[in-house]
Design a protein around this ligand. Structure first.
Ligand code: DGI
Ligand code: FE
Ligand code: FE
Length: 187
């Protein structure tokens, strides 16, 4: 699918804020691709589409994931919003015509990350967090600088911040989020 067509579909599926965020992740991922030597077009597609399933209701996220036979962990059962990566990759393939498995994987794992990520997976994970429309958080300026200087340090910092936030909110932490942090903590 051409970018213009993707934009028309995303505009229908997403809230205005989420649509603007998606375009922010697209160009942030493109910049990071220039910097780190990733294919810019792949980074743009993954960035643009990463949250395509985000605005589906919690109930429908579960129903659709079940209907399409996607694996659902206990943590996802409890927090179906976590499914928007997997479901987003499913739609990227089926609706947006993406066949590049590396792009689909970057979409699948953009929320939790995963141990030993590919360059594209890292770029999308980080670009999602630092894009310019993101609400300002403490440590964000530092994390943005790290994104341009040391990707692995940046990933560790994002996960540390996210885990602290989740523990404070007292919500279940996905195994994969924990495992990713353990992996990048070891350096
Ligand atoms: O979709 P975005 O908002 O752009 O960003 P995202 O896909 O990284 O999702 C962020 C949300 O996901 C945020 O509210 C924290 C939540 N999250 C990330 N890891 C976990 C998690 N929620 C739970 N319950 N467990 C996790 O391990
Ligand atoms: Fe997301
Ligand atoms: Fe996002």
């Amino acid at each position: 699918m051409e970018r213009e067509e993707m934009l028309i579909s995303l505009k229908k599926k997403l809230t205005p804020k989420r649509y603007v965020h998606s375009i922010g992740v697209e160009y942030t991922a493109a910049c990071m691709a220039f910097l780190y030597g990733e294919d810019v077009q792949r980074a743009r597609i993954a960035g643009l589409l990463h949250d395509n399933a985000k605005c589906i209701s919690v109930e429908d996220k579960l129903n659709k994931a079940r209907k399409h036979g996607l694996p659902i962990s206990a943590c996802e059962e409890e927090n179906p919003d976590l499914l928007h990566g997997k479901l987003g990759a499913y739609y990227a393939r089926k609706k947006y015509g993406v066949t590049d498995e590396g792009i689909l994987s970057a979409i699948t794992y953009h929320t939790t990350g995963k141990p030993d990520m590919t360059l594209l997976e890292k770029i999308i994970f980080v670009a999602d967090f630092i894009e310019p429309n993101r609400k300002m958080l403490s440590e964000l300026p530092e994390i943005r600088k790290e994104a341009m200087t040391d990707l692995d340090v940046c990933i560790r910092h994002i996960l540390k911040r996210t885990l602290e936030y989740l523990k404070e909110k007292n919500v279940a932490i996905d195994d994969l989020t924990e495992k990713t942090y353990e992996f990048y903590k070891r350096g």
